[in-house]
Design a protein around this ligand. Structure first.
Ligand code: 5GP
Ligand code: ZN
Length: 134
């Protein structure tokens, strides 16, 4: 299902032209309009799903296979030194467009891409709590 008010539905389905790296019946892979680094791309499903939780297992599996193929090809094309594959779910996690997308962010030696988090120590309390409830 498409969502009339969703910009990524329009981009994914070609209603708004965009720089497309790859397309098949399920997905379009486009260049991010505000890239973290040269070649930053987004995998968009053509159907509207707000986030990862809404994807079917089948589509979710296809996305990782596609991500793998894209970063292998793009590593060759861009001559980058590594990749971050990032996928945000929910505003608190940094999601700003509420149509599922996966970021493919090429990394170059010496770049200043600001991904990361402050590391803490796993406490016994948290560990016991989580393991007792999973
Ligand atoms: P999020 O923060 O939701 O994980 O990522 C949204 C991404 O979509 C951002 O990196 C942003 O630059 C990109 N983006 C937002 N609007 C457009 C657009 O109209 N075209 C393209 N190509 N990228 C967009
Ligand atoms: Zn959408």
């Amino acid at each position: 299902m498409k969502n009339e008010n969703c910009i990524f539905c329009k981009l994914a389905n070609g209603e708004i032209p965009t720089a497309t790296l790859y397309e098949d019946e399920d997905f379009r892979v486009i260049l991010d309009a505000n890239p973290a680094s040269k070649g930053h791309a987004l995998i968009l499903p053509k159907e509207h799903y707000e986030n990862l939780y809404e994807l079917s297992d089948e589509l979710a599996a296809k996305i990782l296979v596609l991500a793998k193929k894209m970063i292998i090809k793009l590593t060759d094309v861009l001559e980058c030194d590594g990749y971050n594959v990032v996928q945000n779910n929910g505003e608190i996690a940094g999601q700003t467009v509420f149509h599922f997308h996966m970021h493919l962010i090429p990394r170059y030696k010496g770049d200043h891409v600001g991904l990361g988090w402050n590391k803490t120590e796993l406490t016994d309390e948290d560990k016991d709590d989580i393991l007792s409830r999973i």
